[in-house]
Design a protein around this ligand. Structure first.
Ligand SMILES: NC(=O)c1ccc[n+]([C@@H]2O[C@H](COP(=O)([O-])OP(=O)(O)OC[C@H]3O[C@@H](n4cnc5c(N)ncnc54)[C@H](OP(=O)(O)O)[C@@H]3O)[C@@H](O)[C@H]2O)c1
Length: 159
């Protein structure tokens, strides 16, 4: 089993603002779909609320402390450990948000980071990525185009 964190973050590590994404980057949504399709996705309840529905083609496991919480088409776990156990064998994709990334980063095996060339006024952040622990194994860079910021799809593995 590999624990993989999937995130899009700004240069200042901002990932969210007012319960949503701070940018509109369709290429990243497409990338997210390709990376996660067919695999269980684990997310915090606030991230689920921001999406508002289960994403198709993937088991959606939502982490909440609220024992009474439920939503159609979604599995519910009351801790990150319980969610990982529920996901079972194979790659497990952790898709946010800030609280869940912070808890999951120390035990992650791989990071799939979309580095967005913006500094944004966010209220949710990805934790610092220690480059003595994580090394870059792949980078696919895209320049500014059609009013969209430059971005890069970057894969990090543990050094
Ligand atoms: N840019 C990206 O790639 C990306 C990805 C995902 C999300 N986001 C953004 O990030 C923001 C949301 O992040 P966030 O940090 O505010 O919230 P979050 O991590 O999505 O969810 C937090 C919630 O998860 C539950 N939770 C957290 N830790 C838990 C634990 N140890 N045990 C049980 N439940 C736990 C709690 O739910 P209850 O309150 O129900 O108990 C908590 O309120 C949004 O703006 C979203 O758009 C961005």
């Amino acid at each position: 089993m590999a624990l993989i964190l999937v995130v899009a973050m700004a240069e200042n590590r901002a990932i969210g603002k007012d319960g949503g994404l701070p940018w509109h980057l369709p290429a990243d949504l497409k990338h997210f779909k390709a990376v996660t399709m067919g695999r269980p996705i684990l997310m915090g309840r606030k991230t689920y609320d921001s999406i508002g529905r289960p994403l198709p083609g993937r088991r959606n496991i939502v982490i909440t402390r609220n024992a009474g919480w439920s939503a159609d088409g979604v599995e519910v776990a009351q801790s990150l450990d319980a969610a990982i156990a529920m996901a079972g064998e194979g790659d497990v994709m952790i898709v946010g948000g800030g609280q869940i990334y912070a808890e999951a980063l120390p035990r992650a095996d791989r990071l799939e980071i979309t580095e967005v060339a913006l500094k944004v006024d966010g209220d949710a952040f990805f934790p610092p990525v220690d480059k003595s622990v994580w090394h870059e194994v792949a980078r696919d860079s895209h320049p500014v185009e059609d009013g969209k910021p430059a971005y890069a799809f970057v894969t990090y593995d543990r050094a």
